[in-house]
Design a protein around this ligand. Sequence first.
Ligand SMILES: [Zn+2]
Length: 89
Amino acid sequence: MIQLTTATAIEKAIKKARTVKPRVRVNCFGSYTVTNKRTGATYTVTCEKRDGKRFASCTCRAGELGRACYHLAAAVAAHIQLATEQASH
Ligand SMILES: [Zn+2]
């Protein structure tokens, strides 16, 4: 579980996500399944808000170690988009 403070904290992961272009499926608001289209590896990313702070976690090895992986970055991007869409309704 990592805290999402600024975009720069996961900038590297975002760059990798742009290269790998994993598929992000929305399970529900805050829960995403990220698939590496090349290897078929699937991970679950959870985004949540606690005390006004945003946290995210991924089930991959890097995610378990508290590192920002590209699965997390891809899911967070989808999550932010979803949250923005909901807020505008
Ligand atoms: Zn991951």
